[in-house]
Design a protein around this ligand. Structure first.
Ligand SMILES: [Zn+2]
Length: 433
């Protein structure tokens, strides 16, 4: 299937920051064949479908570099609590009641929300990931999946086996839209021996590790008490960073921690809204960027956010950066958009194929309606998008060359069915809460 997007304002996010105010994009199968002015469109390109992009921005799909899609069940369930109380008293007891097939519908709810807000790929860490993989396959979105791993306990070896099985069954699956990583949850839920078991598995499979890191002040204080080291120093001491690592949060870091992250090219998923809602703090992102550390954006789960909008994270990242540094020049709009797209793609290890609109890359593209009052009067579209863009502006979404949302309507997901199944699961697990 060949698609031609015409007459849109194309924001490529390529290395030269090319913009085409009256641009077109040619898609051949799952790949971008051409981006640029229509006059130079290669002769002989015959589209099966033409999308009129007039009055729209065309940009790379947003990357959600850290989430737990099946936790959508807990959206709105427990609010205004600190992280550890929230997990131990509210979330973990209910998670024990989840059935594997629940994760399919709960993930599908999150995927629907993500697609409708322009997210075309997400990095997930949770249980029942084969069900999430099926939801990814059926919905057409792209994902990097890992089994959330905790140990040691009676089930920790089983979890490692599940992560291995997930890789065997799904790595490269769904027409190449699924990749698998290994997902040790955090240093406070895994001991050193178990972290090493996770590292061994990642090494064997040739994949990276996805972990929560330095999310709260408590995590840092406990690490200092237990190991005499910050969480980052501790992971360095066990050789964790010798493998590719996607580290979510990185809120509480010393300068030395930041130097370590830079030294090992650790990839950071900045999750500003979840960090704010849980009262965890605000990551010093501009200091990470200054050191050359790559930063993507994540929502974390719908339980702690409560939305899965990367557009919202992008706005918060830009504003918080300025606020915490008391400097309006840090994290300019273009940098925030980069974190939401190419930076996120790099963070999840996929920037060779996605994250920018360039010939040869996979066609993960979002068309954003650009005619609402909040985009007037005309100014720099990137600035408009970052500071006043809204999820509802997303009109059309293409993943891997396939239109998965057209004019605001999902083409692969029956939303009414998803709502029905999720309500049924909620009633079974949580009663009338
Ligand atoms: Zn998380």
């Amino acid at each position: 299937m060949n698609i031609l997007i015409r007459k849109s304002y194309v924001i490529t996010m390529d290395d030269d920051d090319n913009l085409y105010p009256q641009g077109c994009i040619a898609i051949k199968g799952d790949t971008i064949a051409y981006v640029g002015d229509e006059e130079s469109l290669p002769v002989g390109f015959v589209p099966d479908e033409v999308l009129d992009g007039s009055g729209m921005l065309a940009l790379p799909g947003f990357v959600n570099a850290h989430t737990h899609s099946a936790m959508s069940l807990f959206r709105g369930y427990a609010n205004d609590m600190p992280l550890m109380d929230w997990l131990a008293q509210k979330i973990w007891p209910l998670e024990d009641r989840l059935q594997p097939e629940d994760a399919y519908w709960l993930s599908m709810l999150s995927i629907a929300e993500m697609l409708m807000s322009g997210v075309t790929v997400f990095a997930d860490m949770y249980m029942f990931m084969d069900q999430t993989a099926k939801a990814v396959e059926h919905s057409g979105i792209r994902a990097v999946l890992s089994r959330g791993l905790q140990g040691p306990d009676s089930r920790s070896e089983q979890r490692l086996m599940e992560n291995r099985k997930l890789w065997e069954e799904w790595h490269g699956g769904a027409q190449g839209r699924i990749r698998v990583m290994v997902g040790p949850h955090a240093i406070y839920t895994c001991d050193a021996h178990y972290l090493r078991r996770c590292m061994e598995l990642a090494q064997q499979l040739g994949v990276g590790l996805h972990i929560h890191l330095a999310e709260t002040r408590t995590e840092v204080e406990e690490a200092l008490k237990r190991h005499g080291k910050t969480p980052v120093e501790y992971l360095e001491s066990i050789g964790f960073f010798n493998l590719p690592v996607l580290a979510a949060h990185c809120v509480h870091l010393t300068n030395h921690d930041m130097d370590i992250l830079a030294k090992y090219d650790v990839q950071v998923a900045h999750c500003p809204v979840s960090n704010l809602k849980l009262g965890s703090g605000i990551a010093r992102v501009s200091m990470l960027l200054e050191r050359g550390i790559n930063v993507g954006l994540g929502t974390d789960s719908a339980a702690s956010n409560n939305s899965l909008s990367i557009m919202r994270e992008m706005t918060f990242a830009a504003l918080l950066g300025k606020g915490i540094e008391e400097d309006p020049t840090v994290i300019p709009a273009k940098q925030a958009l980069k974190m939401a797209t190419l930076g996120g793609a790099k963070a999840i290890g996929w920037s060779q194929e996605i994250g920018s609109l360039e010939p040869g890359k996979k066609a993960d593209i979002v068309l954003v309606k650009y005619d609402a009052p909040h985009y007037h009067p005309a100014a720099d579209p990137v600035t408009h998008l970052v500071y006043s863009g809204r999820d509802a502006d997303v009109d059309t979404v293409i993943v891997n060359g396939k239109v998965v949302m057209r004019k605001g309507q999902l083409t692969t997901i029956d939303l009414e069915r998803v709502y029905y199944e999720v309500e049924k699961i909620k009633r079974r697990i949580m009663g009338g809460i």
